[in-house]
Ligand binder design. Sequence first.
Ligand SMILES: Cc1ncc(COP(=O)(O)O)c(C=O)c1O
Length: 398
Amino acid sequence: MQMSERISGFQASPIRRLVPYANEAKRKNIKVYHLNIGQPDIQTPLQVLEAIRNYSKKIIAYGQSEGELELRQGLQTYYRSFGVEIALDDIMITTGGSEAILFSLMTLCDPGDEVIIPEPFYTNVGSFARSAMVNLVPVTSTMESGFALPPIESFEAKITERTRAILLCSPNNPTGYIFSGDEFALILDLAKRRDIFIIVDEVYREFCYDHHMFTSVLKYPEYAERVIVVDSFSKRYSMCGSRIGALVSRNHNVLEGAMKLAQARLCPPDIEQVAAIAALQTPIDYLQEVQKEYQKRRDFIVNGLRSIEGVKCTIPNGAFYLVAKLPVDDAENFAIYLLRDFNLNGETVMVAPAEGFYVTSGLGKQEIRIAYVLNTKDLERSLVCLEAALKSYPGRTI
Ligand SMILES: Cc1ncc(COP(=O)(O)O)c(C=O)c1O
């Protein structure tokens, strides 16, 4: 029996598809340091765990399709805390930021429509686009330019009559780049001139380092009609498994359209919404501590990687990922080698090959994405393993 053409065209996630190799290594008692996935080792705020323990409803019932009022009110207050005024009706709770991306694409696009995206990008967007039968049209950002927004002309050149939106992520997964106010101004101006939408994934909003500041695209009310923001509780409060996110837009047609999808999937998870309400009460020093911790990890991993011969990476200004270029023939083969053929005193590392973060074929072949979500001691062990594996890997290029 045949499966759909659509599903055959999906790529298995480059973040997760090497898991069987990792499991096999673990079966042989090899310790695997997971730098492949953005799963922080940071403690979830205690009041979130308490809220789950104290969940006292007698029936876990279906809730509102747009999410519970108290949670939307909580988010409204949270957005106000960084200067964004949003009406309650403009906030829809989703099952993770993932669902907000899918709902946005499904609401804006017909099959065959196009969304322009700077590459490398969060690889799962490729799968959401495929689900919505949308073609992602890449504009390449380069390591040489620190993965900054490519020239606006290169976006304009890609606009066709099928283009419905430009999708950005800031702070960016996988590059760590934070788009500046000036860059947003250029993109928004282009969107207005060419009458398309701007979707911005802001799930790493709190993770900005050094003097770098995050700019929310919601701060440009004059472009309100063409902006959609994707949000998530997963990383901010280290509660990835709770699956709570949000879709925010001041365009009522967008919300009305997305509501049809929201009603079809009934409601976001209830217990987790209670947990998310509690998360919004998290004291600010929790987030400040987490931010400091990630900055420390970032400095550690960047210095460590740059001291390995032949390895290149930029300094990410935000989120907790970076793209590193390795002196190898094929980063996927190297990632498999790390798990299947290598260990250093019973330890190894799992990384995500970066090719799947690009649409343009051939790009990212020598690159990996690293999620620096482990403490510095584990990062140190991971770097030692990486350096040793690069020395022994038969496909080393320099
Ligand atoms: C940029 C980006 N957007 C969305 C998501 C998905 O978030 P959620 O767990 O809320 O579905 C991730 C997860 O890694 C991400 O990196």
